[in-house]
Design a protein around this ligand. Structure first.
Ligand SMILES: Cc1cc2nc3c(=O)[nH]c(=O)nc-3n(C[C@H](O)[C@H](O)[C@H](O)COP(=O)(O)OP(=O)(O)OC[C@H]3O[C@@H](n4cnc5c(N)ncnc54)[C@H](O)[C@@H]3O)c2cc1C
Ligand code: SF4
Length: 341
């Protein structure tokens, strides 16, 4: 393995975990990240669902994994071109920056849905309509406040923003936002116990381990109210509060509610890097995500020999799923390197 080299594109959790697993097996690699720092989206999260683990601790663990003689990390380098030539793979930033290796791993991750595309919900128009990403930032700073600097007395979380939505062209479920809404509602109630917290949902998807328990806890211990229904419209009141129109689909009654803060649970979309590099290599799947060779034992492989996939560049995944997927990709890459001369 000592003479083999791998290119990893994307320095998020998937790229780092795969790098570490490969390095331990004696493979030399270069990990290329477009941003100034590695760790991807988890740099923006404060506490993680479902166990409220401090995301900073996970980041520190991932940083330490990169401290290995077989790993070279290059940041501030966006790969715009990825292609095979002979038995090698090449990644290019521009004419001057070209990287060559025996195999390549796409770990280019996801982007969050741009809530401005749902104009009727008022994001970017009304200050007191925020996203779950904004909520994380506020929570990290220790305060959840309205734009007027007041502690909100009434807050609502709206699920499925940009997911399961015909109008924006995303039919799939993003898988992380139901449980994230439960987590954020609990966090809010811990900060402001006397407040009212609502969550509007189509159906609560609690498929992960401990998710159902947290969902129950949010109702029984924290008094979070779940309303089955979608918010059709948000408007602003004279005193800069948010008035929403929704339908409670369990009682089949239309309803209006005035809120201090509306939090849009934005979904996962493919990143620009994922779509571009997948398209260049004929491995573009649905909704701009990269397409694995098969769903079962070939989920980290592609139709291109030597090109592998890990993490959310394939589909929405939670962090534990992403890390497990990256380790699985490393196993496939080592197998591939052993069979090529
Ligand atoms: C709102 C929200 C909250 C979440 N909270 C949790 C949680 O609490 N618990 C949990 O388990 N999961 C959570 N997740 C999921 C978690 O964030 C993902 O599972 C994880 O970030 C996926 O890692 P990744 O490496 O696949 O992708 P990313 O984190 O997106 O990393 C991909 C990296 O690739 C880089 N990149 C992209 N294109 C290029 C290119 N062309 N050249 C070079 N570099 C490139 C990017 O800059 C980025 O650093 C949450 C997701 C969302 C949307
Ligand atoms: S996880 Fe929940 S909020 Fe997110 S898309 Fe799926 S159903 Fe909607």
């Amino acid at each position: 393995m000592m003479d083999k080299r791998v290119l990893i594109i994307g320095g998020g959790p998937a790229g780092i975990e795969a790098a570490y697993s490969l390095a331990l097996q004696g493979v030399k690699l270069v990990l290329i990240e477009e941003k100034a720092d590695v760790c991807g989206h988890i740099q923006n999260w404060d506490k993680l669902f479902p166990d409220f683990q401090d995301a900073e601790q996970i980041r520190q663990t991932l940083y330490r994994k990169l401290d290995h003689p077989n790993i070279e990390v290059i940041t501030n380098t966006e790969i715009k071109n990825l292609y095979p030539k002979g038995k090698s793979w090449f990644a290019k930033k521009d004419a001057d920056k070209i990287f060559e290796a025996d195999a390549a791993l796409l770990a280019t991750g996801f982007e969050v849905f741009d809530a401005k595309r749902k104009e009727e919900l008022g994001y970017g128009i009304y200050d007191n309509v925020i996203t779950s990403v904004d909520f994380e930032k506020m929570y990290k700073s220790g305060k959840i406040l309205t734009s007027e600097g007041k502690v909100p007395e009434r807050i609502a979380f709206l699920n499925c923003v940009g997911s399961r939505d015909e109008k924006v062209g995303n039919h799939y479920c993003s898988r992380v936002c139901c449980i994230n809404a439960v987590k954020q509602a609990i966090e809010f109630k811990e900060l402001v116990p006397d407040s009212k917290a609502y969550c509007f949902y189509m159906d609560m998807r609690m498929a992960g381990q401990f998710y159902e328990e947290l969902y129950r806890k949010s109702q029984e211990e924290y008094g979070v109210t779940y309303i089955r229904g979608r918010i059709s419209e948000a408007a602003v009141t004279m005193d800069n509060r948010i008035q929403i129109k929704a339908e409670d689909t369990l009682s089949a009654l239309p309803m209006k509610m005035t809120l201090d803060l509306l939090v849009l649970m934005v979904g996962i979309e493919s990143s620009a890097g994922t779509t571009l590099l997948s398209e260049q290599n004929d491995v573009l799947g649905l909704y701009g995500f990269a397409k694995p060779l098969g769903l079962y034992s070939e989920d980290n492989m592609t139709s291109k020999p030597g090109l592998f996939l890990a993490g959310t560049c394939k589909r929405p995944l939670t962090l534990p799923e992403t890390l497990a997927d990256a380790r699985s990709a490393a196993i496939d890459i080592v197998k591939y390197l052993k069979t090529t001369t």
